[in-house]
Design a protein around this ligand. Structure first.
Ligand SMILES: NC(=O)c1ccc[n+]([C@@H]2O[C@H](COP(=O)([O-])OP(=O)(O)OC[C@H]3O[C@@H](n4cnc5c(N)ncnc54)[C@H](OP(=O)(O)O)[C@@H]3O)[C@@H](O)[C@H]2O)c1
Length: 367
């Protein structure tokens, strides 16, 4: 809780500035020498392509407990888009810099900073930093150190999706090797992390994706990451699904990033007493629970939000989870999702791709 209060205090102190919370003091770069820095800024909520622009801001001063980091890479996630649209549960004050995760390299530390030094790699410890910028300045406790020998794209995409996948696999059902998990949006960032972490835990995954022209290519890609079964939404509804459960046990855990019919169909295959965890709603449709699933199968319906988990559990547990995930990366069992690297100044290309269906590639802004 102390960690959460600290981050809230930091955010509040920023709201008086030109930018939102952490953002009003988080600019700079080699441009620091000139006192200016570039960032992707929005002054009002709306469709990202309309409201986001590349702007230059005055570099803030480094205080005793602050660090200054050069941002290296930052993804465009659906929640970043929702924040810009103004439809996310937490919204920074305007004007704001977009982006909630990414990796930076420490350039400078204030006199009271003991846990970080120049050259270290850091990721944000909470949502709201505004990572689509060349440099960030903030209180040392608003960053978590990660090893600087892991691949850049792994570090840039570590703080949200792999953490979400890991928690959902660990916190809702006690699963043992050989058990199975079913998930939709299996080619999403969360989905790809789930496939790999589940594999490392000895779990079997049933992975549901939308049909598409390059279905075989995507199936092969997910299988190469460790998926056991890849099926389309249409196949999920077919009676042949019964055959699959002659090979593996019915799942006790279903992970739903889509909502609507897709979630309802996954529920039909859930083991009695199993849990459906909803973490995303890409189809923008409510989850409908068949009465029979509740009465006869006694399924548990839960939700998960990684931001809430981080705020409730604090820095130490977050650092512990990040270390565990970095061990997976260093052991070669967890890789970055399939990515497209785009220069910060070409952000419109990246924003367009991020909103395109069936793209199967996380857009990463390279600073
Ligand atoms: N609760 C949490 O803590 C938490 C944490 C991380 C992410 N999330 C949420 O999880 C979801 C996925 O995030 P991500 O970063 O992993 O996504 P991503 O890498 O950007 O991938 C988006 C996924 O959504 C699918 N999709 C898009 N529109 C769809 C539709 N109308 N119907 C079905 N599927 C659709 C895409 O499938 P196609 O390839 O078929 O287009 C793709 O699999 C988002 O809603 C995000 O906000 C929540």
């Amino acid at each position: 809780m102390a960690f959460r209060r600290l981050c809230e205090r930091v955010r509040a102190s920023f709201s008086r500035g030109v930018l939102c919370p952490l953002q009003s003091r988080t600019l700079a770069s080699s441009a620091a020498a000139r006192g200016r820095c570039e960032a992707l800024v929005y002054h009002k909520h709306g469709e990202p392509l309309r409201v986001i622009q590349l702007e230059t801001y005055k570099v803030p001063q480094l205080h005793d407990s602050d660090i200054r980091a050069q941002m290296l890479a930052a993804p465009i996630n659906p929640s970043d888009i929702n924040m810009v649209q103004g439809i996310y549960p937490i919204l920074p004050d305007l004007p704001a810099v977009g982006g909630n995760e990414g990796v930076g390299q420490v350039l400078d530390v204030g006199s009271k900073v003991t846990n970080l030094k120049p050259g270290d790699w850091v990721i944000p410890s909470d949502a709201g930093l505004g990572t689509w910028r060349k440099e960030a300045v903030g209180n040392m406790n608003c960053f978590i150190k990660v090893p600087n020998n892991i691949p850049l794209l792994c570090a840039a995409t570590l703080g949200v999706n792999p953490c979400t996948a890991y928690r959902m696999l660990c916190d809702f059902e006690t699963l043992k090797p050989g058990d199975s998990v079913i998930q939709n949006a299996a080619n999403s960032g969360v989905g790809q992390a789930t496939i790999q972490i589940a594999k490392a835990m000895g779990l079997k995954t049933i992975n549901v994706i939308r049909n598409r022209p390059d279905l075989q290519q995507l199936t092969d890609s997910l299988m190469s990451m460790g998926a056991d079964y890849v099926i389309t939404e249409e196949e999920l509804r077919k009676p042949e699904m019964k055959e699959l459960f002659k090979e593996i046990p019915k799942p006790r855990l279903a992970l739903n990033g889509v909502g609507g019919k897709s979630a309802t169909e996954m529920l039909r295959h859930l083991e009695k007493g199993g849990t459906l965890v909803t973490y995303g709603g890409m189809a923008k449709q409510p989850v409908t629970i068949p009465v029979s699933a509740l009465i006869f199968n006694n399924v548990k319906i839960r939700g998960f939000w990684i931001t809430q988990w981080k705020r409730q559990h604090g820095r130490d547990l977050l650092q512990e989870m990040i270390s565990k995930l970095c061990d997976f990366i260093q052991a070669g069992v967890l890789t970055a999702p399939v990515c497209s690297k785009v220069k910060l100044q070409d952000y419109q290309t990246a924003l367009t791709a991020a909103a395109t269906p069936f793209i199967s590639s996380k857009q990463i802004l390279i600073m």
